[in-house]
Design a protein around this ligand. Sequence first.
Ligand code: ATP
Length: 932
Amino acid sequence: MRKDEGAGAASGSGPFPPVRELTAGDVFASLDTSRRGLSAAQARTRLGRYGPNELPRAQGRAVWRQLGAQFTDLFAVVLIVASGITFLAYGLQEPRDVGTLQLAVAILGVVVLNAAIGFAQEYSAERTAEALEAMVPHTCRVVRGGERLEVPARELVPGDVVVLEAGDAVSADCRVVEAHELEVNNAPLTGESNAVARSAEPVTAGPPLEARNCVFMGTDVVAGSGRAVVFATGAATEFGRIYRLAAAAPRQKTPLQVQVASMARRVAGAALAIGALLFAVRLPTGESMVTLFVFALGVMVALVPEGLPATLSVSLAIGVRRMARRQALIKQLLAVEALGSTTVVCTDKTGTLTQAEMTVTQVWAEGVPHAVSGVGYTPSGEVADAASVREVLRVAALCCNARLVPAEGPGGGEHRRVLGDTTEGALLVVAAKAGLDLGAEEAAAPRTTEYPFDSTRKLMTTVHKRGTGYQACVKGAPGELLARCTRVAWEGRCGPLTAQDRAAVVQASDGLASQGLRVLAVARRDVDKPRPAQEEAESGLTLLGLVGMLDPPRPEVTDAVAACRQAGLRIVMVTGDHPLTGEAVARRVGIVRRPDPVVVTGARLDTMDDEALDTLLAEPSELLLCRVSPEHKMRVVTAFQRRGEVVAVTGDGANDAPALKHADIGVAMGASGTDVAREAASMVLLDDSFASIAAAVRLGRAVYQNIRKFLVYLFSHNLGELVPILAATFAGFPLVPISAVQILAIDLGSDVLPALALGAEPPESDVMERPPRSRRERLFSAPVVGRIVFLGGIQAVCVTAVFFWHIDASGIPFEDFTKETPAYREAITMVQAGIVLSQFFNALTVRSERQSIRTVGLLSNPALLAAGGFGVALMVAISCLPPLQAVFNTAPLDAADWAVLAGLGTLPLLADEARKAWLRRRDERRMTGAQR
Ligand code: ATP
């Protein structure tokens, strides 16, 4: 049997492979690979043989099930029952009224239309989710042909040597062959979320998942680093084994959706009550019970906001799609709403505010600064007096896990890209600029162990074989490192670190930091064993020097920060960097403008109790949190939330996950973040930039505004339908001013499409000029209800007046009117047309709460105009075409009638323009008053 076939057994068909019982060396042989990994050709062959490292896709619900589900929600059931009763009523009627049949069919029509919208929406939301998923790259680092590479996780094959670091998701089942403080979280497989240590030692029997030398697909590396050899991929992994082709997880409803659904139910209840009331009031008129029942039922059905939940979901989905275009992937619909009400953004510095393009600009060794020329990761440039800083740079470069690889794309050549931490990338570049041959240095001092960097300790140590002994190379934050140094090696002197030296180092470090540079100190010590304890390797160190690196701010961030400030958002920078570095960068991007920002370090946070922290956050000062660890971040997020703030927090590391989960919006970095952070977040920024957060907040606010727009639109027109009916009933008019079928025609013809178009409105230009919406604000706030009554009231008064004016003009007494009376048919046509026309103008005015239609632009939402135009055209057809006249009992209107209706239709628009102008003037007066 060929060895590759052995790997095939490892990849799944056979029992759990015995790699856990082998020594690390034998593992390579058993999987026909080596420490240098597979060759490119071997990887290709194995990919062909074992297939991509993917699990079969979870099957969503079958299409027919999805469609069927649309007919089983509460509204649909109510409507189906109503339609059934109406059909029954038609059967019982003597003589039969074709209008009843039409009503029954129309109600069914509403059900089908709603189901179609709901289905189309769900279907496209699923496709969008899939497309968004595909935008987040799932890659992993492997060693192939001795080179460290980044490959798509689906291309992993048995025998691949993968490199593991804290924050990585494990992409296949692997046997660990090298471990440095390596810890994984096996929760997805075992349900226990404690971090468990992994080692490279062989183990014997026991359940596979408990093998301490294996890591499994679907789990995460939470600490440390290491290497492991893949032995199973895709469906052959443990994860694949327990993976169920479960039905799609139930989709979570956002609070907004819940609010709308419960409100819609309440409205349905009210509609039922109004229907019953009308039934009772009309009882004495002597109409047949069946006719009365059908009438009341029609009114109820017409008042139910059937299209509302679908319109809401569509507008949320549109928001998600728009954000994706602005590089922000929303993983949970919940985030769209939360974004709109965000009040505090806690942001990282590196990568989010800055370009994460680190360049060492100064090396400070032997007590003097050495300038470095050149920008970015291209190793062309020079280090002044390079010979005297070689040792600092050699030690710093040895203590790095990052790699420089040729940059892809145009202009490749000399250009390099960093695989791994950019801080380390910058160190490798400066070492190369100083003339060090990194490959030769590594070969001369092979690494024997490592204590990886972590943002709490802020240090990293590697131990190397050097001649007959060993040397620990340590780099980290100057404060932390200096505390562990007892000696210096500079200015030709190798001796004790004096108090004077310490002061000089602190002064130099502060000097570099206040220029906005990230500063690292570098030290070494000799040790006598290849794997000394961490405490031993990181104490009694000899300080070699400092390195200062520049990370220029992203150019787009300054404007985004200004926009957020104007939108009333508080921006708090949370960084692991030195306070002076943090403040310098914060100043450059506009987060800090006053001379006296409050800078709080992690150490000070530790001394504060919750009360002191709350007091600190309550001050409206410019706040910077520096030298903090992810635990501090979590504490600050919680404290802000205690104060009722809606907090967005950014994070990239594995230990940022708790804060990301806990915040109202966890924002992870798509480009530089770890898999764990991306999993925990509710939003992923593809470009890592703070500007994308600002853009997402703007879109989140727009979504909420749009929802309010179509609520006002939908409910105000319900008032226009109801009031004439009530008026006629109380005036003793024997017939209805608008029939149930007409109301349904309005709902289907002029309601749904403009509401959808309103849900897709682009953000209003002043959306970022207002303070954030209060978290407690209900959808049906006083201004929303007020506007519904205002617009709907005008509409209702107009159509009621038109109806009675027309009836009165005919000179026929009330009691002589029948359904066939031409004046009655014209009057009810005018009521329907009046509502449709005023809805057309209503849609235009609800587009903004405060801005004039001239500012918003009459033509800026063509879909809305088309939807409204369609409603008007349908109305003209209902009035003019004989077959439709027969269905709706309508009559043709003359030009003068249309002109009157169009004129009245503009009234809500004009009145609302006047209201908006008054609002704007009032605010202006308040502003000038406040300025005085
Ligand atoms: P930012 O807010 O800028 O993203 P951060 O919170 O990610 O910063 P850390 O990465 O925790 O900050 O870095 C804190 C300090 O630790 C840095 O100022 C630097 O001195 C040091 N440091 C950073 N990366 C490394 C590393 N790879 N090895 C050793 N020390 C490092």
